[in-house]
Ligand binder design. Structure first.
Ligand code: URP
Ligand code: ZN
Ligand code: ZN
Length: 473
């Protein structure tokens, strides 16, 4: 099957130019001005529209069990929302629930492949470490998993001590895996949470007050120093504190291979939101911080200390006792109400996967904080490069997967839960006025979103075997 996208303005991470794109089967076959229309070819006119690679969100949690419930988007509903928001590849995290390590990968894969509607891959959480795990880590690459995540918080659950983080980094380096870091200070958090509970401080804002930014800042510097000693690259996830950006910039200035991502919630929201009557909607870990942190993170993007925008999508219902309509059926999933009256019981996480590109286009490109090319770099190309999927993903090049977005730069919408396709009952950007919006989304040459119409299918997303880590940005 052939498809021609005619007359659009192509935006890549480095260039903007007018060209047609010919798709043959699942791949981009040619990019040039005034391509001839071949026989049996479906033509889409894209004059006045922008044409970009499909987005790549390298930090999502789908169907993740947490706090006596489960994150409310599974691998179908989450990837459908991704597609409506112009994202065509996601990377989810495998929990280290049982031994051997690879069994966890295979189990999540079996679950996801029935449901995923866009392409997907996995990172492996390393939350227990011993000789057996040390032997198994290198085999992750055989399963296409090219990155591991370690935690300096969640004591007695997910956290590894520094010695074991160092050992994981060394093995990762030797194997060609990238180590990702969740940076907070688990010891301090445990002390502060206990004190808050004893003092009767139960409101959502105490979630942030018991997870201080300094813990994140020192954990980033500590991990950067471990990565220097292990001679291993490091990628800091969900950068939320201005001080973390400072540490990443410092490490990079010393020649260390340290990179970082942030998420839209850390650019737009703060502890003030947690003080609202519906503050539980903003509860995520690490927490949203202050206006000064928002500003420093924006600067971190412009000065290139941060290379990727992801979402840490991990949605829950605000009121999981009231059904929403999802594809014509009522759905309720226990959510934030589980922590009514006790912030420690509120499931951590918020929706964002479908919001990422529409919100960031208006707030980033529309406001002049970034160029359209930088937008593509941050949302599509850099994540694909860092996580071993380039040029298959994140690019407009002959031979790449035909994951393509036709973007209407003039379409204005009032955004919110009605337009976001997440399976949850709220949206953090409710009522925001956006200008510039995805119009058509192609996954490997198939049109899966056409305006408001969903043409994708559960199970049509494909697992992406990633290459070993190579590209430091
Ligand atoms: O609150 C969040 N983001 N939950 C997901 C867990 C994590 O550490 O990314
Ligand atoms: Zn994390
Ligand atoms: Zn996460």
């Amino acid at each position: 099957m052939k498809t021609l996208i005619k007359g659009g303005t192509l935006i890549t991470a480095s260039e903007t130019f007018q060209a047609d794109i010919l798709i043959e089967g699942e791949k981009i076959a040619a990019i040039a001005d005034n391509l001839q229309v071949p026989a049996d070819c479906k033509v889409y006119q894209a004059e006045g529209k922008l044409v970009m690679p499909g987005g790549v969100d390298v930090h999502v949690h789908l169907d993740l069990p947490m706090s006596n419930t489960v994150s409310s988007d599974d691998h179908y509903t989450g990837t459908k929302a991704a597609a409506f928001g112009a994202t065509t590849t996601v990377i989810d995290f495998v929990s280290q629930d049982e031994a051997p390590l690879l069994l966890n990968v295979q189990k999540l894969r079996a679950k996801a492949e029935q449901k995923a509607a866009v392409d997907y891959s996995f990172h492996m959480n390393i939350t227990r470490f011993d000789d057996q795990v040390a032997e198994e880590i290198p085999h992750l690459l055989d399963e296409g998993v090219a990155s591991v995540k370690v935690f300096t918080a969640y004591n007695n659950r997910l956290r590894l001590d520094d010695g074991n983080i160092f050992k994981v980094m060394r093995i990762a380096k030797e194997t060609g895996l990238l180590t990702m870091l969740h940076a907070e200070n688990g010891d301090v958090i445990d002390v502060l949470v206990q004190e808050a509970l004893e003092a009767g401080h139960l409101e959502p804002v105490w979630h942030a007050r018991t997870r201080p930014a300094w813990g994140a800042v020192e954990a980033v510097l500590r991990a950067a120093s471990l990565s220097a000693q292990a001679e291993a690259p490091l990628y800091v996830v969900h950068v939320n504190a201005g001080g973390e950006v400072d540490q990443i910039a410092y490490a990079r200035s010393k020649g260390l291979k340290v990179m970082g991502e942030t998420c839209p919630q850390y650019l737009f929201f703060s502890e003030e939101d947690l003080k609202k009557p519906d503050g539980a909607k903003w509860i995520c870990s690490p927490p949203v911080r202050t206006k000064a942190d928002n500003d420093r993170i924006w600067r971190g993007i412009s000065e290139d200390s941060l290379q990727v925008m992801s979402t840490d999508h991990c949605p829950f219902f605000f009121d999981g006792t009231r059904p929403i309509d999802y594809e014509g059926k009522p759905v309720t999933i226990p959510g934030k109400e589980l922590g009514k009256g006790d912030f420690t019981k509120i499931p951590n996480g918020l929706p964002g996967l479908g919001d990422r590109m529409p919100v960031m286009w208006t707030e980033g490109v529309g406001s002049g904080r970034m160029s359209a090319n930088q937008f593509v770099a941050l949302h599509c190309t850099n994540p694909a490069k860092i996580f071993g999927m380039y040029p298959q993903k994140g690019s407009l090049l002959p031979g790449s997967d035909a994951d393509i977005v036709i973007w209407d730069p003039n379409r204005e919408v009032e955004y919110g839960v009605r337009l976001a396709h997440h399976r949850t009952d709220y949206n953090l950007y409710e009522g925001w006025k956006l200008k510039g919006y995805p119009e058509k989304v192609f996954l490997r040459g198939s049109l899966i979103v056409d305006g408001a119409t969903w043409l994708g299918k559960a199970g049509s997303g494909r697992f992406i075997y990633r290459k070993p880590f190579e590209v430091f940005l």
